[in-house]
Design a protein around this ligand. Structure first.
Ligand code: NAD
Length: 250
């Protein structure tokens, strides 16, 4: 149902973004990938998905502008690239704060402001922002990330209202812990650091707030993103979809 639609998914060379790109390509969208990684692997992904790739660093406004110009008029914009840093607020590196706000929040403002004229012109568009459970609740030591993700929720609601009469919707998807290489690779270190077994790390550290005690799979986020692109989802607007196993219900 996405034949003839052009989708840009930021941070889509791995994890959640890649799963979203796969889901949209699977429905026939022509996908532009963005993100860092091994050139050979990215070339293989492009071939697999019939996609193209733009390696813009989204902390740099000039590179975002060049990427948006190269991508042309996109019908579906998924702002997914993001990063984390964990430190007490009084020790939080100033440069990390700036980078996280730039990537997790400001980049979405730039891609949106540049994509909106094309969407308005066509009278159709979908903006999907990967937020987080941390767009709704906080955890300590993640001040920049929580601030950026709460900001992304507010930004999404604002543009949802501004664009509502133009056939353009804007929504957040807010995962809890998703089983990505990023999460998997933390387990051995956490086992060592805390003297815990693999099961203890998973259940007592990572999944402590995720009521289902199950990781979200990236494909589940991809499926929801694809649903939000359907015409049946035209009145789903300004929402923040939790996919967190019940974390934020508490
Ligand atoms: P990931 O590290 O696997 O993927 C991040 C992607 O962003 C990669 O493609 C990477 O190359 C790209 N990227 C990083 N810095 C970039 C930059 N400066 N410019 C352009 N691209 C850049 O992470 P993920 O787990 O798939 O997370 C994706 C999104 O989902 C993030 O916004 C993250 O905050 C959010 N999220 C993840 C989880 C989780 O448990 N994994 C939970 C909630 C929200």
């Amino acid at each position: 149902f996405l034949e003839g639609k052009r989708a840009l998914v930021t941070g889509s060379t791995s994890g959640i973004g890649l799963a979203i790109a796969r889901a949209l390509a699977g429905e026939g969208a022509e996908v532009v990938l963005n993100g860092f990684g091994d050139e050979g692997e990215i070339a293989q992904l492009c071939e697999e998905l019939g996609a193209s790739h733009n390696g813009a660093d989204l902390t740099d406004v000039a590179q975002i502008e060049a990427m948006m110009a190269e991508a042309g008029a996109v019908d579906i914009l998924v702002n997914n690239a993001g990063m984390q840093h964990v430190a007490p607020v009084e020790e939080f590196p100033v440069e990390k704060w700036e980078t996280i706000i730039a990537l997790n929040l400001t980049a979405a403002f730039h891609t949106v402001r540049l994509a909106v004229p094309g969407m308005k012109g066509k009278g159709w568009g979908r903006i999907i922002n990967t937020a987080s459970a941390h767009s709704k609740v906080a955890s300590p030591f993640k001040s920049a990330y929580n601030s950026a993700k709460h900001g992304l929720d507010g930004f999404t609601k604002t543009i949802a209202l501004e664009l509502a009469e133009h056939g353009v919707t804007a929504n957040c998807i807010s995962p809890g812990y998703v089983w990505t290489p990023l999460v998997e690779n933390q387990i051995p270190d956490t086992m060592k650091a805390r003297g815990l077994t693999r099961e203890e790390v998973i259940n007592d550290v990572l999944l402590v707030k995720q009521a289902t005690k199950k990781f979200v799979q990236p494909e589940e986020i991809g499926a929801l993103a694809a649903f939000l692109c359907r015409d049946e989802a035209q009145n789903v607007n300004g929402a923040n979809w939790s996919v967190d196993g019940g974390w934020t219900a508490e």
